[in-house]
Write a protein of this length. Structure first.
Length: 186
């Protein structure tokens, strides 16, 4: 993840104000992190999806944070909260795309090859989500590392800071979690 511009740091007072419900502070935080979040969203989306653009993903994730506010103590944790929101938005969108397919027994025929890729991507994302939920049940720390690294685009150092772990633990958990998920997704 590319760090925020040094001239626009996310400072503790902004995080404190956002945590206490100051919408203007949350808007400022979002503005400071916007381009970085777009890069992460672009990478996480990884494929054509007419129903959810990169910008829409970032904005939907932000809107998910508004009702609850930001219970974050530092920039790394703020990024983790955004990553969690992005994951929820992506899963909700994938579920909506697949909702029409349940119960009918019919498989839609896509005339547009890109549409087939989108449906396949949605299925992969839902499968990953289910596997990640199982990993959360078995090993919550490793699941949190995956959420930071994959959905948040955090590097090893940022992930360690967000989760209060050592970088060696993050590297080990990342490696083991990816192997576990690969096995689970098959």
């Amino acid at each position: 993840m590319v760090p925020l511009e040094p001239s626009h740091p996310i400072d503790d007072s902004m995080l404190r104000a956002a945590r206490e419900g100051d919408k203007a502070a949350l808007d400022t935080l979002f503005g400071l992190a916007y381009e970085e979040l777009r890069r992460v969203a672009r990478r996480v989306r990884r494929g054509p999806d007419d129903s959810l653009t990169t910008t829409a993903l970032v904005h939907e994730a932000y809107l998910k944070l508004l009702p609850t506010g930001v219970a974050s103590n530092d920039a790394a944790h703020f990024k983790l909260l955004i990553a969690r929101s992005m994951r929820q938005v992506l899963i909700d969108a994938a579920r909506r795309r697949h909702a029409g397919k349940r119960g009918t027994g019919l498989v839609p025929i896509a005339l547009d090859p890109e549409q087939q890729v989108t449906l396949g991507r949605s299925a992969e994302l839902l499968e990953l989500h289910d596997a990640l939920r199982e990993l959360e049940r078995v090993d919550p720390r490793r699941a949190a590392v995956v959420e930071c690294r994959f959905f948040g685009g955090l590097d090893v150092v940022e992930t360690a800071a967000a989760l209060s772990l050592s970088t060696a633990t993050v590297k080990r958990d990342w490696r083991l979690a990816r192997a576990w998920l690969a096995q689970a997704v098959g």
